[in-house]
Ligand binder design. Structure first.
Ligand code: MG
Length: 373
């Protein structure tokens, strides 16, 4: 149990938040603020928003702080601090992998919002993790985790990962050509950071989540289904052998899955009003459009192939999304860049963090060349 890892002298869970000034980071701090009797912040790290970070450190009386300028080693030192029980990894992109690896190696609980850690390094992370030491902070995976509590994994037939469909659901390819970053950042149901908002608009986010689910729940790709649920009221579902389906529903607010990862195995009072079924209206379902939103199909293909291909695929996506946000490439070029980098990659078995860092760097160079950078 997570509680066994806590210092018996300290009744509070002591938390390090990596990426504390981003969307998940600030919402995590809000959860800590609301449950200050049970949670204590002991370490914070952020990339560039140093003033916000300093303000957070003052508010919560945090003594251990690292910024992007301190380098990746500083993050590793933070997660290894003896007073840290739980690490919330809310870094963006493959840059979060090393901290996830160090957290699990140090025997700490990893509350993981950085899904790229699992996409890129799931083969290295999962052997270090157990049911109680790796808790997903992703609404879909938090939902699946809860639906699986108390269940025999051998009786699960399929995982249904729900998708909102993003802001361009229902549009054909011809309508996507002139999409601007501000269009892609206007997500219909969730309030999120820039990178994940663009990933949601291309459906790459759902592709990354399929790979994440494969690793977290040791599930074959054939048994992980994606379904569009535009209201985002159902956060995911588990189907069992006997045809029964368990769904997780709730208000679309990331503080709920964040809080669950921090309160587990308990449940605490919600930070937001509960879902009101009498006013919810209808729930829609449809198949995702993999022809228009090719990133979903590409990510699933990378996941099935396995090895270092998801690492190369993810690196290409990160470069292309950054270029799109900077106005340096078009929306549809994100998928073509990812596809070309995947085609050029010679897959290997995953063996080490260093190997993955080298694959990541090479794929980024390839992607930048393709995008003319
Ligand atoms: Mg998600």
């Amino acid at each position: 149990m997570a509680s066994d890892l806590m210092d018996p002298a300290s009744p509070k869970k002591r938390i390090a938040v990596l990426g504390s000034t981003g969307s998940i980071g600030t919402q995590t701090l809000d959860v800590v603020r609301r449950h200050a009797d049970r949670l204590e912040l002991v370490a914070l790290a952020a990339g560039t928003r140093v003033e916000v970070l300093a303000h957070q450190a003052r508010e919560f009386g945090v003594r251990h702080v690292a910024t992007g300028a301190d380098g990746p080693e500083a993050l590793c030192s933070l997660v290894q601090l003896p007073e840290v029980d739980v690490v919330v990894n809310a870094l963006v992109g493959a840059a979060g992998l090393k901290a996830s690896h160090e957290t699990l190696k140090a025997g700490k609980v990893l509350a993981l919002a950085n899904k790229e850690s699992l996409v890129v390094g799931g083969d290295l992370l999962m052997p270090l993790a157990s049911h109680d030491t790796l808790l997903p902070i992703d609404s879909e995976h938090g939902a699946l985790y809860q639906c699986l509590l108390g269940e025999d994994r051998n009786e699960v037939s399929r995982l249904w990962v729900t998708a909102s469909g993003g802001p361009f659901r229902g549009k054909g390819i011809s309508k996507l050509r002139d999409i601007k970053p501000e269009d892609a950042l206007a997500h219909p149901t969730w309030n999120m950071g820039k990178k994940i908002s663009v990933d949601s608009s291309t459906l790459m986010n759902k592709g990354l989540e399929v790979i994440e689910a494969h690793h977290l729940f040791a599930m074959d790709y054939d048994r992980i289904k994606v379904v569009v649920q535009p209201q985002s009221a159902i956060h995911s579902m588990v189907e069992f052998k006997d045809g029964s389906v368990k769904a997780h529903l709730g208000t679309t607010d990331m503080r709920i899955p964040i809080q669950f990862a921090l309160s587990y195995p308990q449940r605490w009072e919600a930070p937001v009003p509960p879902l009101d079924f009498s006013t919810l209206g209808s729930l829609g379902f449809e198949a995702p459009d993999r022809h228009t939103f090719r990133c979903l199909a590409l990510a699933e293909e990378a996941g099935r192939a396995g090895g270092t291909l998801p690492c190369a695929m993810n690196a290409a996506n990160e470069v292309a999304v950054a270029a799109f946000l900077a106005g340096e490439c078009g929306f549809l070029q994100i998928a073509s860049c990812v596809e070309a980098v995947m085609e050029g990659h010679v897959k290997e078995r995953v063996e080490s963090i260093e190997q993955l860092e080298a694959v990541d760097a090479q794929a980024r160079m390839h992607a930048r060349r393709l995008l003319g950078g």
